[in-house]
Structure formats: structure tokens, C-alpha cells
Design a protein around this ligand. Structure first.
Ligand code: ADP
Ligand code: ADP
Ligand code: MG
Length: 446
């Protein structure tokens, strides 16, 4: 087992990892930027090291600084959380070259699965249905025009290194390809330092369904079921639920089997991972991408399966075998997560950084709030605007929705704007209540 884990992240996920380590008897090291001096992850870890100024490139993305902090504190493993360096294959390699266990896949695996165009061809070879599209990268505007023409419109241009909804463009007709291609390329270069683009058929009104997997060093791979993440704003998830209102046992078992088989075929995968699919009206599903890390919405799976994903992710990397009972888990009850961002829903979702002047977060049966904010905390403009994840669990979907509405109504966060009113608006919508929605839901919501 690891003796000391350094957490190369901040915010709620850093706290979540500290708590899992503490329960496992592992010591923790926080790293923080100068603007996170008063953060809870710094306060609650056993040790803390300042790794640079506020700007992420100089701190949470600064590999030499993070490796030095690990060496200084004699850490034997690094947990990357999500975002930042979590899917950076160089970082995985540098950790291992320095005899520090990277709590994520090997750099070779990240290389194959982290690049979205490469991952698609790998999965296709493994027998997984993929969204139809270009075979790999499309190198020029002219090639894009030719391929899109063959594929019929609408199509989607996608950045191979994209994430967090960035570098995606829907194109309805030939005349729009050039502008879309060049702007997706520029956005991707600026965000991910890579301008490679691939093309996919744009699936009309699909549902985003993803499968959570866990793998150990002996080659065991289990599925912990699906999450429905179709409630998206600008292709970014804001509310997730498990189980999905439309996925029955038959679809769940089929998606799980295909996902686990593919991960076994890739070989050498260790830890947690998520395989994202689009599911169409005929219940046909197509692989979209794999996230080789823990995801933001992992708590809803924890609530319905009772499996602590972070603890089990760490245990898998430490060489423990996945217990066989995890092969036959079915979801118990229903769970919803609302991402709470500091943005103003009444002013085009403008980020709203600033000081939390007053806060009241409810608690009670089936209520879990993963957050790093507190009264007096200053939300920094430098990082992601997510300030809390509110998660509920109840025996049925209806009770789960009612519980979430009750919790959100009682929540008080003053000093900044939050999207709580918008989340309540979604939860009160009759189509949402009936489970009758797809990824276009928020575009149509008045
Ligand atoms: P999830 O499926 O876990 O919700 P998201 O795509 O919403 O994943 O991303 C989670 C977090 O990680 C967000 O803060 C997002 O901005 C960030 N992120 C995702 N992909 C990347 C990437 N390739 N590079 C940098 N940050 C990323
Ligand atoms: P990211 O890496 O930013 O998470 P994804 O490839 O997972 O990007 O896509 C994000 C979202 O964009 C999906 O959940 C879905 O709503 C939409 N999307 C992506 N590809 C397609 C497609 N081919 N057809 C329709 N919608 C798509
Ligand atoms: Mg995705």
C-alpha cells in the first residue's frame, strides 16, 4: 500500500481524495498555488507545498514543480484528480520515471485512449460500435470538405485533444466548413496545444450515456453501470443521474459487456475509467470517447452502487484485486448530481468570482455535498467556476428529484451568483420529470 499520496489538483476533488486516503490510512500532501493559500485542501492535507503563482500553467500544470514537491515530501504516489494533468501521458511517464506511482493509466494507455481520434480507431478494432466519421485526423480544410460531403450533413468537427466541451463545431452545410474548421483548430491549439481535427456524423438528439469501469492489475475489469449526462449546456454536463431513466437491464448489460471487453482487449488498463457513448432513438449506441481518469460526476455511481470509486481506484493501483461481488452489482435507488457553478444564469452565465459572504448548505438523509467553499472563501477567477456538487440519493427517481428540489431551495450561497435557480428550473420541467429529454434539452429550455 502507498505510504503518502500527493494530490496534484485543487478544489472539491482534492478534498475528496484527501478523505479517501485518510480512510485508507495513507498520508496526504496538498499542492497549492499562491491564490489557493486559504483553501481547504491545503488545510486538511497532512502536508502542503506551494507550487507557484495563480496561473495554472505556472502551478497545477507545472510538472517540474509538482515532481519536486513529491520528492521533497517523499510521496510515493500522485493522484491527478480530473482536468489539469489527469490525462497527460508525459506526466504519467515522468512520475513513473521518478519512481512515483501515477494513479491513472500508463503513458502508453493514455496515448492511445486520451487522443480522441486514436481512441475511436482502437475501439473500432476492438469491436465497439463508433460514431461514423473520418478515419483519424483530417489534415486540411479541403479534406474536411470532401469528407463532410461524402458523409452528408450535419456533421461535427472535433478536436482530437479536446475536453470540457471545447473544440467542437456542428456544421450544417458545405459553406460553413472552412470557418468551423479554422475556429475549432484555433480553439484547440490555444486550449490543448494541438490543432488536429477529426470529423463525425452529427447524431440528432441523442442521449449521452456513459459506463463507469474499474480495472485491476490482474486484468479484471468490472462495470459499475451507467450515468445519464444529457443535460448539457454548450456540450458540458451540468446535471447527471444514475440510473438513466431510459436504460433498462438489457441495455445496461450490453453496454457494460462491450465496455469491459474493449478495456480488456486494450490491455494493461488499471484504475477507474469512463467510456462515453451516444445512444439514439433506436437504442443503438456509439462510442464517443474514453476518459482515463475519475470524472466529476462519479459520486452518483457511488450512491447507487455503494462502491467508493476513489478508494477502489487507489487500491487497484496498489495491486489489490477487485472483489468478485463487484461483477454483479445492480443499481440501488436513484441518484442525481447538480453541478453548482459561480455564474449568473440571468446574465448569460457570466462567471461570478468573489467572496462568499454567507453560506448554508443543508444536510439530511440521502444528501451529499462535495465542495471546497466556506463563509469568507474567495472564489478565484483563475480556475473552473464549479464551486460545489450537490448529490442526492433516494429509493425512486421521483423522490430523488423532490429531494434535490428541497435541498436546492434550502441552499444559501451569498456574495456571488450561482446557477441554483437554473438547476431548479430544470428540475421543475415536465419533460425532465418524465425522463423525456436528450442532449438538445437545454437549448430548447425557456
Ligand atoms: P467529466 O466528464 O468528468 O464531467 P468534463 O469534460 O466536464 O469531464 O471535464 C472535467 C473538468 O476537467 C472540467 O473542469 C474541464 O474543464 C476539465 N477538462 C476536461 N478535459 C480537459 C482537457 N483535455 N484539458 C484540460 N482540462 C480538461
Ligand atoms: P468532450 O471531450 O469535450 O467531453 P465529447 O466528445 O465527449 O467532448 O462530446 C461532448 C458532447 O458533445 C457530447 O456529450 C454530446 O452531447 C455532444 N456530441 C459529441 N459528438 C457528437 C456527435 N457526433 N453527434 C451529436 N452530438 C455530439
Ligand atoms: Mg466527453
Amino acid at each position: 500500500m502507498f505510504n503518502k499520496v500527493l494530490i496534484a489538483n485543487r478544489g472539491e476533488i482534492a478534498l475528496r481524495i484527501i478523505r479517501a486516503c485518510r480512510e485508507l490510512g495513507i498520508k496526504t500532501v496538498a499542492v497549492y498555488s499562491t491564490s489557493d493559500e486559504f483553501s481547504l485542501h491545503r488545510k486538511f492535507a497532512d502536508e502542503a507545498v506551494c507550487i507557484g503563482p495563480a496561473d495554472s500553467k505556472s502551478s497545477y500544470l507545472n510538472i517540474p514543480s509538482i515532481i519536486s514537491a513529491a520528492e521533497l515530501t517523499d510521496s510515493d504516489a500522485i493522484h491527478p484528480g480530473y482536468g489539469f494533468l489527469s490525462e497527460n501521458s508525459d506526466f504519467s511517464k515522468i512520475c513513473n520515471d521518478n519512481n512515483i506511482s501515477f494513479l491513472g493509466p500508463s503513458s502508453d494507455t493514455i496515448d492511445v485512449m486520451g487522443n480522441k481520434a486514436k481512441a475511436k480507431s482502437t475501439m473500432k478494432d476492438c469491436g465497439v460500435p463508433v460514431v461514423p466519421g473520418s478515419d483519424g485526423i483530417v489534415g486540411s480544410v479541403d479534406d474536411a470538405i470532401r469528407i463532410c460531403d461524402e458523409m452528408k450533413f450535419p456533421v461535427m468537427l472535433k478536436a482530437s485533444s479536446g475536453g470540457g466541451g471545447k473544440g467542437l463545431r456542428v456544421v450544417e452545410n458545405k459553406g460553413d466548413i472552412k470557418d468551423a474548421y479554422l475556429s475549432a483548430q484555433a480553439e484547440s491549439l490555444a486550449s490543448f496545444n494541438d490543432d488536429s481535427i477529426y470529423v463525425e456524423k452529427y447524431i440528432q438528439n441523442p442521449r449521452h450515456i456513459e459506463i463507469q469501469i474499474l480495472a485491476d492489475k490482474e486484468g479484471n475489469v468490472v462495470s459499475l453501470g451507467e450515468r445519464e449526462c444529457s443535460i448539457q449546456r454548450r456540450n458540458q454536463k451540468i446535471l447527471e443521474e444514475s440510473p438513466s431513466p431510459i436504460v433498462n437491464k438489457e441495455i445496461r448489460d450490453e453496454m457494460s459487456l462491450i465496455s469491459c471487453d474493449a478495456v480488456k482487449k486494450i490491455g494493461g488498463y488499471v484504475g477507474a475509467g469512463t467510456i462515453e457513448y451516444l445512444l439514439d432513438k433506436n437504442n443503438d449506441f456509439y462510442f464517443m470517447e474514453m476518459n482515463t481518469r475519475i470524472q466529476v460526476e462519479h459520486p452518483i455511481t457511488e450512491m447507487v452502487t455503494g462502491v467508493d470509486l476513489i478508494k477502489n481506484q487507489i487500491l487497484s493501483h496498489a495491486g489489490f484485486t477487485i472483489p468478485s461481488w463487484m461483477n454483479s452489482i445492480s443499481p440501488r435507488g436513484h441518484s442525481i448530481e447538480c453541478r453548482i457553478t459561480a455564474e449568473d444564469p440571468y446574465n448569460n452565465f457570466m462567471p461570478s468570482p468573489g467572496k462568499i459572504s454567507s453560506i448554508h448548505l443543508p444536510s439530511g438523509m440521502g444528501v451529499r455535498i462535495d465542495t471546497h467553499i466556506y463563509e469568507g472563501y474567495e472564489i478565484s477567477p483563475y480556475y473552473d467556476s464549479m464551486i460545489a456538487k450537490i448529490i442526492v440519493h433516494a429509493p425512486t427517481r421521483e423522490e430523488s428529484i423532490n429531494r434535490m428540489k428541497s435541498v436546492l431551495t434550502e441552499c444559501v450561497i451569498e456574495g456571488v451568483s450561482t446557477i441554483i435557480p437554473y438547476q431548479l428550473h430544470i428540475l421543475n420541467n415536465h419533460k425532465f420529470i418524465n425522463g423525456d429529454y436528450d442532449t438538445s434539452f437545454l437549448n430548447k429550455l425557456n
